[in-house]
Structures are given as structure tokens and as C-alpha cells.
Design a protein around this ligand. Sequence first.
Ligand code: GDP
Ligand code: MG
Length: 369
Amino acid sequence: MKMKKYTASTMALAMKKVEQDLGDDAIIVSSKVVYSKDFLGMFKKKSIEVIAGKEPVRKTTSVSIPAIDDSPKDAVLPNEHSEKINKELADLKSLVKTIQRQSVSYQYPDEYEEIIQRLEQQELNPELITAVGDELFQVKKNGNEKLAKEDYKELAKEELIKLLQGLPFGGLSYNKKYINVLGPTGVGKTTTIAKMAALAVLQKKKKIGFITTDTYRIAAIEQLKVYANLLQSPVEIVYSKEDYEQALVKFDSLDIVFIDTAGRNYREAKYINDLRELIDIGDNMENYLVLSLTAKEQDMTEIIDQFTEIPIEKFIFTKMDETISIGSMINLMVKYKKGLAYYTNGQEVPEDIEEATAENIVELLIQGD
Ligand SMILES: Nc1nc2c(ncn2[C@@H]2O[C@H](COP(=O)(O)OP(=O)(O)O)[C@@H](O)[C@H]2O)c(=O)[nH]1
Ligand SMILES: [Mg+2]
């Protein structure tokens, strides 16, 4: 195969050159970003270098540029050699597909470039952005020239909602008595419990109580007591398994019991075990994991990974008012296949809490508030 080098300022332009020169049977052998200095040797200029060639013989070894066929092809030669060729072919196809993706992303048209940029600002996972971009690209390609920016925005929302399909949304079910609230220190567990409890009392007219296992700081106990007093509901402070069991007996006649847990360093698996020893994670319990949107996604991932042993019902994300990007919330929901109960957006109890739906979080993501 004869190889040739093509250089251009963007991947899209480089691919265009390849296509013009070699036609759409061209095979991309490699691509890379190169930096060159200008004539004064001062400024670095970025360009894309693509090595491509054309195989004059069998059709099966060529990769057509615009459409990549993923379907497995029958081996051409029935031996080891053909296996190797097939493997190389598969590698090549995946490479071209990646390059196509990149070149598509450079080519987002005016109608929806802003939407894609918005999703990037929101730090939505690039794979999810590509899924949305591909969908809009298809719509445009299919001749929907008359669609305006607003139409594309609606299509993007629909696509994002589709990505969240099947995940559970919405607040307490009120079918289970015990609401166990977990999460690292300072994310807003106690405050969020107070908000949920106020909704349960004021809107649903439930008889409620609180259990706290967060006995490490006096202030934490006092904080919960303040909210409990406001709602004229009992609190039990639990230091041991026996305390916990007695509290359950005392709260026998209540409808809903909120359990406030000690937010410790969940990166240490030990704490999860301690917690499970103290609290019976039974059938009559909904477990919520509270995470703050101000945290780094990577750190949140580590925390969630520690909770695999506990059947987390849904996430609760707090402090939306303190960040401008909420993509991490969606990334984590998709990654862990977990839904969202509530998001909170301020320190005021009980008003700064919203029950989540796929529609309202996608709206926030695309539109802001
Ligand atoms: N801005 C903002 N602050 C919040 C929110 N939720 C809780 N907080 C604050 O975060 C701090 C820690 O909350 P706390 O409920 O004690 O967290 P815990 O340690 O997880 O129980 C407090 O100052 C809360 O007022 C929220 O949605 N937005
Ligand atoms: Mg607390």
C-alpha cells in the first residue's frame, strides 16, 4: 500500500484532503496532533497530521470514510492469517470511527453549536455529548434544513431524557418507614433531612421521628434537635446497636423515621461496615446517598464505589446554588444507573429543595434556571 502524509489545521480538513486525493476507500493509518514553530521560532502552531493510503486490491480490507460498517465480516481466508487481518481491520475501523467522531465535533453547525458548547461547559461526559451531537447531526443530515436553534434545543433535551430513561426519579415513596440518609461530612445530610421531614409533616401530614447516629459532634446533635423541635417531633440519639433497637420500639407508632448518619470518611471501607453493624438495612428502609455538586466528580465516584454493599435507592444532590455546572450529576446517574430523588439549592429549610424529574434536570442542564 502506498502511504501519503496529509497536514491540515483541523481533523475535518485533513480528512477532506485525504478523501479528495484518495477517494472514500482511503485507509487511515495514523493521525496525530503536531506543533510547529512559526518563522520566528516563537509561536507554536497546532496542526493535524494524517497518514493515509489506498489498498488497490480487495474490497474487504478497505474502510470507507463516511459510513463505518460494524457488522462482523466473514473471514476471507480460513486460517490464522485471516484472523490477524480481521483483527487489524477491526482496530482500523475503530480508529477511523474515533477520527470521524472528532471530525464531526469540529463540524457542529451553527444551529446547535451553542447547545454542544453549553453541554461542554456543564462538564457533561464527552460520550454523552457525542450521543447528543450525533443525534442532531442525523436530524440535520436527513434534510431538516428548516429547523431553528430552538428546535435543536428541544431535540437535544429529548435525547438527554432518553439517556436517563429507566432511571428512577422523584422523592420519598412514603411506602417505607425508615429513611436512611448517607454521605460524606458537610454535604448537607442533616439540612436535607430537615427539608424532607418538613415536607412529610406539612404536606403529607405524617407522624415522623428522627434517629441520629452522628454522635461525634455535639453541634450535629443540637442541629437536628432544633429542626425536630420546630416540627414537634421526637429525636433518638443512638450510640450502640441496643440504642438503635430501643429507638425502633419507641418509634413503633410513627409513619416515617429519618435516620441521620455520621458523615465520616467514606473512602475508608471500615466506616461502611461500622454503619451496617449499627443499622439494620432491611426491607422497610429507603437508603439515599447525598452528594454535593460542589465536589469533584472523581471524588464522588470514589465515595459511590464504597456504597456498593448498601442498596442505594437514589441520589440526592445538594448545593446546586453553589455551582454553575451540573453535568457531573448526570454523568454519575448514567454511570451508576441510579436515579435522583431531590436536588437542593440553598440553606433555607424547608423551601430550598426540589423533587427531581428527568425533565427538570435536563431543563436545568440545557437552559439554566
Ligand atoms: N448553599 C447551600 N448550602 C447547603 C445546602 N444544603 C446544606 N447546606 C449547608 O451545608 C452545610 C453543612 O450542612 P449539614 O446539613 O450540616 O451537612 P452534613 O454534615 O452532611 O449533615 C451547612 O452550612 C448547610 O447550611 C444547599 O443546598 N446549598
Ligand atoms: Mg449532619
